[in-house]
Design a protein around this ligand. Structure first.
Ligand code: ADP
Ligand code: ADP
Ligand code: MG
Length: 447
């Protein structure tokens, strides 16, 4: 078993990983920026090393300082969490070269899947249905025009290296193409330092349904069912649930099998997510693979009983999967709400500041993953997600009701949050009846 894990992240996911290590008797090393001296992850780990100033590129993205911290503390492994360096193939490679186990898939697989356009080609060859579109990347604007005309509008232009809802643009007609082409190319270059782009057919009114997978280093792979992440604002997830209201047993089995094919085709190991779109005729299409733990993993943990982070640690230790497919049973219904420090009244502007008073909900079937506490000062330089509330109940209706009670109990004084907005989603007729798709927030709230 791994002996000492350095956690190259911050916030709730760093805390989540520290806890899983503790349960397995593994020592933990936190890294922190100067802005995070008093952060919970810094205080909770067995050891903590400062890796630089507040700005991410000087600290949480500083590969040299992180590897130095790992070597200096005698860590045998690094867990990257999500965001930051979690999908950086070069970082994973440098870990390996420094004899430090990167807790995730091999750097070759990260590299392969990190280019969403290449990943789609690989999936097509593995007989996984993919969103129709360009074969690989687009060379120039001329080619973009040809392909768009061939597949038919509306289309999406996407950054091959994209993530976090950035570098995506919907194009309705040829007139709009030129401007969108330039914008996505520019955004891709600025955000991902890579202006490679590709084109996809715009799937109308789809559901975003993703399959959680686990695979060990001996070629065994299983899936843990689906998460429905269709409640999105500007292509970013707001609320997630499992199971999805649009899957029946037959479709769940088919999508699970496709996900396993994807795992086998890419020689994947560790935890990962295959993201699909499901159209109104229940056709499903591969969109991308996320080669890391995901924000919304707790809903899957709750309906299956599998601790996904502990499984990652076991797999990285060289153990075989502790489960086979027939062990995986989905029970009840789970929902997650992302609590963000932001102001819905002001275009969801991030709203950092001091938390003067804090009361988070609890009770039967309520899980809180957070790193904030009373008196905590949210730094302005990082992601605005400050907590996740996850509930579990016997069915969807009971889970919605439980989440509403949980949100009502929340007291977060001193900053603005999206809690009221989340509550409105839970009260929406179409959400309640399961009659929604990825355009739900835009349609219902006009934002
Ligand atoms: P995606 O939305 O890309 O499908 P996730 O739902 O797992 O995948 O979200 C990852 C997002 O979480 C990143 O794009 C980033 O904006 C955000 N993030 C990264 N690191 C942190 C962190 N330490 N705490 C909170 N949020 C983070
Ligand atoms: P990211 O890497 O930023 O997570 P994705 O490729 O996963 O980007 O897409 C993010 C979201 O954008 C999806 O969940 C979906 O709502 C929307 N989307 C992406 N591609 C398409 C498409 N071809 N048709 C319709 N919606 C799409
Ligand atoms: Mg995605």
């Amino acid at each position: 078993m791994l002996k000492k894990v350095l956690i190259a992240n911050r916030g709730e996911i760093a805390v989540r990983i520290i806890r899983a290590c503790r349960e397995l008797g593994i020592s933990t090393v936190a890294v922190y920026s100067e802005a995070d001296k008093n952060a919970l992850h810094t205080r909770l780990a067995d050891e903590a090393v400062c890796i630089g100033p507040a700005k991410s590129n000087k600290s949480y993205l500083n590969i040299k300082n992180i590897l130095q911290a790992a070597c200096g503390t005698g860590s045998d492994s690094i867990h990257p969490g999500f965001g930051f360096l979690s999908e950086n193939a070069n970082f994973a490679k440098m870990c390996e070269e420094s004899n430090i186990k990167f807790i995730g898939p091999s750097y070759q697989v990260i590299d392969l899947m990190g280019n969403k356009s290449n990943a789609k080609e690989l999936m097509k060859n593995a007989k996984v249905p993919v969103v129709p579109g360009s074969e690989g990347s687009i060379r120039d604007f001329n080619e973009a025009t040809q392909i768009a005309n061939k597949i038919g509008y509306p289309i999406m232009i996407k950054a091959a290296a994209g993530g976090g809802g950035k570098g995506i643009r919907l194009v309705h007609s040829e007139e709009e193409l030129k401007e969108a082409y330039e914008i996505v190319k520019q955004e891709a270059l600025v955000s991902f330092n890579d202006d490679e782009i590709y084109i996809e057919k715009f799937i109308e009114n789809p559901r975003h349904v993703e399959i959680q997978v686990l695979a060990d280093e001996y070629g065994n792979g299983i899936h843990l069912g689906e998460r429905d992440c269709s409640v999105q604002r500007r292509n970013q997830k707001v609320l997630e649930e499992s199971p999805s209201t649009v899957l029946d047993e037959k479709l769940r089995k088919k999508m699970g099998e496709a996900a396993i094919n994807a795992v086998k085709a890419s020689h994947y190991s560790s935890a990962g997510t295959i993201e699909f779109l499901v159209d109104k005729h229940k056709n499903f299409y591969f969109m991308e693979m996320n080669t890391r733990i995901q924000v919304e993993h707790p809903v899957t943990e709750w309906v299956t009983g599998v601790d996904i982070v502990k499984e990652q640690l076991r797999i990285a230790s060289g153990e075989k999967l502790s489960y086979s497919q027939k062990d995986i049973m989905v029970s009840g219904h789970s929902i997650e709400c992302r609590i963000n420090a932001e102001n819905p009244e002001n275009n969801f502007m991030p709203c950092p500041g001091s938390i003067n008073d804090l009361h988070l909900p609890g009770g039967n079937g309520v899980r809180i993953d957070t790193a904030v506490y009373t008196g905590y000062k949210i730094p302005p330089v990082y992601d605005s997600m400050i907590a996740k509330i996850i509930v579990h109940a016997e069915n969807r209706e009971a889970a919605i009701s439980k989440m509403k009670v949980a949100l009502e109990e929340c007291v977060i004084d001193g900053i603005d949050t999206n809690i009221d907005f989340l509550y409105q989603i839970l009260e929406n007729e179409n959400f309640i009846s399961g009659n929604f798709d990825t355009s739900f927030i835009k349609k219902e709230f006009g934002i």
